[in-house]
Design a binder for this molecule. Structure first.
Ligand code: ADP
Ligand code: MG
Length: 388
């Protein structure tokens, strides 16, 4: 029985099979790895990005060089694709909404709009009872004197911040005022600076049927606000990992999310788990899954997008992922033999030309019998690359 105009959200959507054209908003490395996974499974990929030479655009079957607000470009993408996803959370939600009038889009505009703004993200999480760090919204005219409880704190711009960019550490009201104007007096959140035992993340897929599959939990080490090393599985108690899986799954359910989602957590000294932020896409901390899991986070993105059952996320072996930032290129092209001569190290380079400081250029993953052994070997390779 069917009635015209009635949307039935319970019926599974029709699968989109290999050979179909998938659309991707954004041409960065996450998009490139999505395109590689999609190609491997026999799909074609259209990439939309304003950069004429982006990592994903370069390997796409079709490339639309345009801004995300370009209505004609969005129409072209919507008409030629069976489904569209994003690799970039700062896509205007209206672009996703427009595409959804042509084809299947995941994640949806609503989830992306929440995740792309720290204020709406924190307010959403708090309103649903998820634990977050103490924070306040700082706007022009906010009573900064009333923020005493949040010092020392971190002031973060509400939008477009990434890899620790758009953040300032502040110890008192005077520093806060300076930092706020330094950041352009845009809407911000002030967050209490917490003493962290460690940071972990859960990357998950949530299918069209609401089924959630989590990847193994990841322990993340940051340097200057940028992810440096991920250790899998995280060296935390089983009960804490279970708690993180539950919370991450509940966040995805609360958003009625479809696609791959990452939930970043702070673990406090007393073992308490707080949500730091969420990313409505595959995540840097999930890159290990390409080499170490039955299904990668990018294949999972394809599967969720195409209304297919989610893949098995079992870990083949413990592993460590090391990010390769532009800094490693400061004395020219790194000596890749340091990675390539290791039989269980897997090198990934994103094909970016300019190796700027702090820019993510690639990563490598080392698999071993235990996470600690993988960490020791990965750290040794990292040191050799950096001392080149
Ligand atoms: P980004 O969007 O750039 O990833 P995050 O808010 O995740 O920004 O901050 C980057 C890193 O900075 C975090 O992973 C953590 O290491 C550190 N950090 C951020 N907020 C806090 C905080 N409130 N207390 C302690 N460390 C923090
Ligand atoms: Mg982060």
């Amino acid at each position: 029985m069917s009635s015209i105009g009635q949307v039935n959200t319970i019926n599974p959507m029709k699968p989109i099979f290999p050979g179909s054209m998938l659309g991707l908003l954004g041409g960065g490395q996450l998009g490139r790895m999505f395109a590689i996974a999609a190609h491997q499974m026999g799909y074609q990929v259209t990439v939309l990005d304003s950069d004429p030479d982006s990592p994903a655009g370069r390997i796409a079957d079709q490339f639309i060089c345009a801004d995300y607000a370009d209505q004609a470009a969005l129409q072209q993408m919507g008409e030629q694709c069976a489904a569209v996803t994003t690799e970039f959370e700062n896509i205007p939600a209206e672009a996703l909404a427009k595409l959804a009038s042509y084809c299947s889009v995941s994640p949806d505009a609503h989830s992306v709009a929440i995740a792309q703004n720290r204020i709406s993200e924190k307010q959403f999480l708090q309103s649903r009872g998820f634990p977050v760090a103490p924070f306040a919204v700082i706007e022009q005219g906010t009573d900064i004197e009333a923020m005493q409880d949040l010092f020392p704190g971190i002031l973060k711009v509400s939008q477009f911040g990434y890899d620790g960019k758009g953040q300032r550490h502040v110890n008192h009201a005077t520093e806060l005022k300076t930092a706020f104007s330094d950041l352009g007096s845009v809407s911000c959140v002030l967050e209490k600076k917490l003493s962290l035992k460690c940071e972990v993340s859960v990357v998950l897929g949530r299918g069209h049927d609401g089924n959630v599959t989590c990847f193994p939990i990841v322990e993340n080490q940051h340097v200057n606000g940028i992810l440096d090393i991920s250790i899998i599985p995280a060296r935390i108690p089983e009960t804490l990992a279970e708690n993180a899986f539950d919370v991450a799954g509940n966040v995805a359910d609360a958003l009625n999310y479809r696609g791959v989602l990452c939930v970043e957590f702070f673990v406090l000294q007393d073992g308490q788990l707080l949500i730091n932020e969420i990313a409505p896409r595959p995540h840097n901390s999930g890159h290990f899954s390409i080499d170490a899991c039955v299904t990668s986070q990018f294949e999972q993105q394809v599967r969720a997008l195409c209304h297919l059952p989610l893949g098995n996320t079992n870990l083949h072996q413990p592993c460590v992922m090391v990010n390769l930032l532009g800094d490693v290129w400061r004395r020219g092209e790194p000596d890749w033999s340091q990675v390539l001569r290791q039989p269980s190290a897997k090198l990934h380079l994103y094909g970016k030309k300019a190796a700027r400081q702090g820019r993510k250029m690639g990563h490598f993953t080392v698999l071993d019998v235990t996470a600690d052994e993988a960490l020791a070997r990965a750290s040794a390779i990292k040191q050799l690359l950096e001392s080149n």
